[in-house]
Design a protein around this ligand. Sequence first.
Ligand code: ADA
Length: 568
Amino acid sequence: MIRSFNQHILRKTRLLDGLWDFVTDPGNAGTTEEWYKHFPSDSRKLVVPSCWNNELGLFEYIGAAWYRTYFDTTQDTNVRLIFEGILHHADVYVDGQHLGYHFGGYTQFSTLLPHLAQGRHELIIRVDSTLDWQTLPTDVADWYSYGGIIRSVELQELPDVYIDTLKIDYDLTDDQADIRLQVQIHSLSDKDAEIAVNASTEGLAFPASTVQLAAGQSETLTLLGSLSNVRKWDVGAPELYTFTVRTDDDDLIDRTGFRTVKVDNGQILLNGKKLYLQGVNRHEEHPEWGFAFPPKLMLKDLAILQDLGCNIVRGSHYPQSQFWVDLLDEHGMLLWSEIPMWGCFMSTETLASPLFAERGVRMLDEMITRDYHHPSIIFWGAHNEIDTRTTEALELTKKFVGKIRSMDESRLVTYATMHPVEDIVLSYFDVIGINKYYGWYEGNVNGFRDMLHNYYRNAEAQGAGGKPLIMSEFGAAGIFGDAGWEPRLFSEDYQADVVRQALTIFREDPRIVGTLIWHFADIRVDVRSDRPYFRDRARSFNNKGLLNEYRKPKLAYRLVKEIYRSER
Ligand code: ADA
C-alpha cells in the first residue's frame, strides 16, 4: 500500500497500479455474458487508482464497469491481493474464478490465492457505483457519487506460514508503557510447523517466542513488554514508535504513538491536558482526481491545515486514505474518522433496515481494524445527521456504539447531530457534535445562542449535560471571487461574516471544546435535474469551502486563520 513507511522488508509486495483495461457496462450485460471470462475487446485504458467520473464522456456515469489487468508470479506462491478502496460494489475474479464480493467504497479488503501456479494471471474487477436506500452512503448524499478503483491495489507474496495481523495495545502510566502485542500467524501449509517469532520496537525487544502451528490453522500469540521514558505522541509533537514482527521468512511492520485520551469534567484531555480543538471538515476530493486523491496533494492539504492553525480535521464523511492518516500521525494533527453514514434525508425505513445496519457494522469493523494504531485518531464517528429523534436511530446507535466500544476502548466515540434540541441518543456518546447552519439555512447567526441554550437543557434532561460539545459543522457558501461592497448571500464577504460571528459565539462558551468549520475546500456535489436535492448548489459544488476546489483561499480562510491563531 502507499504508506509513509515500509510495512515489509522481507515479504515481497508490489502495487498493481497503472493502466488497466476498462469498459462500462450500463445494461449490466457483463455478468450474464461472462465478461470475466471473455473481457470485451472494445475496452479502453484507465489509470488505477482513479475515478471514472473525471474522464471525458463519463462525467455523470453511475453504474457498472469492468477493469482488467495481469500479474506474473515467478514461482508457485501464495498471493494476497489488497484493495484499499473501490467505489462501491466490487466483484473480484482471478483467472475466470469469482473470488469474492465487497461492498463499501472507503474501506480496505483483501482476497487470498493460496498456492497459485507460476505464470501470468488475469485479474478482473467488476465495479458498480450504484447506490440505493440501503447502502452507505445512500443514493442521496451531499458529495459526488464517484465510481472506480480509487485507491491502490497491492499484491503480496506470502510464505506458507505468514504473519496475518498485528494488534498493539498499551497502558500508559506516567512515562511507562505496558505493551501487549497480539500476533496472528496463519498456515497455508499441509504440514505442522514450529515458528519462531521475534518482535521489537525502539528500546524494547519482546521475549522471543515459538508457536506450534497445525497445518492450515491460525494461532494468536501474545507478547508482553514494558517501555520506560516513553516519548508521548501529542498535538504538534508527533513521537512515533515502529514495531517489527519477524519470523524466518516473513515480517510485518507497523507504527503507533503513545498517548492517553479521556473525558473529564466536560473537557477532553490528551495526555492529561485540556484540549481545545480547532479544525475543519475535509472531504478527500479534488475536481481532477475525485476521491483518488494523490499523495502529493495530501501533503499540500496538510500544509494548508497547519497554516490555518488547525489541530484537528474531520474526515468527513468516510474513512480516508491510509497515507493521509500516516501524514497526520507524523505531523501531530488529530483526526475524527467516521463511516459514510450521511443521514440528512434518510428515511426511518433505512435506519431500520437490517442490511443497512449490517453494512454499517462491517464498515466500522473495517475502519477500526485498519486504523487502530494511528495515534492521530481521537474520535470514531458513528453517524452524521441521522434523525436522532427516532427510536430507529436509537436502536442503530446502540448497535454502532456497541460495536465501536467492543473493538476500541482507547478512543472517544462521537457523532454529529442536526437535532440537538430533541435528540434522544446523547447519552450513548463520549462527545457530542452539533451541525447547525444559522446564517445559512435558518435565521441569522444569533440563532446559535438559543439553539445552544435549548441543547444544554435537552442534554441535562437526558443526563448528558456534562459531555464535551464540539460544533462539528457550521458555515455558509461563498463563491470564490465573488466580492462586493456589502455581504450578499453567496459572496466571499457573506461567508466570512457568518463564520466569524459563529466562531465568536462558540469561543465564548466554555462548554464548547472545539469547532470544525464546514468546509475545508469546495467539493463537487451530485445535483441531478430529476431530483429535488441540493438545488442551491451553484456550479454543482458545495461552495462552503474556506478554499475553492483548487485550494485557492477565500476571504473566510484568511479570517479563520487570524482567529485560529489568536488566543481564546
Ligand atoms: C450537512 C452535512 C454536510 C453538508 C452540509 C451542507 O451538515 O453533514 O455533508 O451537506 O450539511 O453544506 O449543507
